[in-house]
Design a protein around this ligand. Structure first.
Ligand code: SAH
Ligand code: MG
Length: 193
């Protein structure tokens, strides 16, 4: 299927089925980043239905992407198989925290369980090329980050606190240079010092 039609289909499906695919602004940033830095090999944590994986692949990078939800994984497989980019995307079904990979990537894009960001970084940082990048989505968490004490719902408050903790952890670590990028729902860019 033509890529534009496919993206439209995926956006429609994501809306209907409530799948939290990346926001337009964030996707645009990511696509430009892949092009500008000449990224050739990306690892994605959190495929969902394959939308961002296809967007990244369409900029000339190979993509390996991990998803733990079987229904979403199956949906991603069928979308990606109907595109010309199918040979450039490898999908893995499983929990990223239980998966060990041996390839090296010049970009690791983390867009999965928000409370697990530190664990994802620790599990995959050895897979990052020396001059590679990590990008993390949703660190603004719908405008709630920094306001956890005002959130009435216990679960949501706990989640937002975890993201706040993650941002504090980033401020204190010495391995990566941290840049906050204020597009979409908030992105973080990490580069090795
Ligand atoms: N990157 C996608 C959206 C991902 S939504 C896009 O923009 O198109 C986040 C996904 O991460 C969900 O589908 C969820 O099932 C998956 N996920 C959460 N924790 C995970 C884990 N530990 N391992 C693998 N997938 C995970
Ligand atoms: Mg996201």
């Amino acid at each position: 299927m033509n890529l534009n039609d496919l993206f439209n289909d995926m956006e429609r499906y994501a809306k209907e089925a409530n799948v939290p695919i990346m926001l337009k602004e964030g996707i645009n940033y990511l696509q430009n980043f892949v092009k500008e830095k000449n990224i050739k090999n990306t690892l994605e944590i959190g495929t969902a239905i394959g939308y961002s994986a296809l967007k990244i692949a369409s900029m000339g990078s190979y993509v390996t992407s991990i998803e733990r939800d079987e229904n979403r994984y199956n949906k991603a497989v069928s979308y990606i198989n109907s595109s010309d980019l199918k040979d450039n995307i490898k999908l893995i079904l499983g929990d990223a925290l239980n998966i060990k990979l041996y390839d090296k990537f010049d970009l690791i894009f983390i867009d999965a369980a928000k409370a697990q960001n530190i664990n994802f970084i620790n599990n995959f940082k050895d897979n990052l090329e020396d001059n590679g990048y990590i990008i993390i989505d949703n660190v603004g968490f719908h405008g709630l980050v920094g306001k956890s004490s005002e959130i009435p719902s216990r679960n949501l408050r706990a989640l937002v606190r975890k993201i706040e903790n993650f941002l504090n952890y980033l401020d204190e670590q010495t391995e990566f240079k941290v840049t906050r990028i204020n597009v979409g729902d908030g992105l973080i860019l990490l580069e090795r010092m």
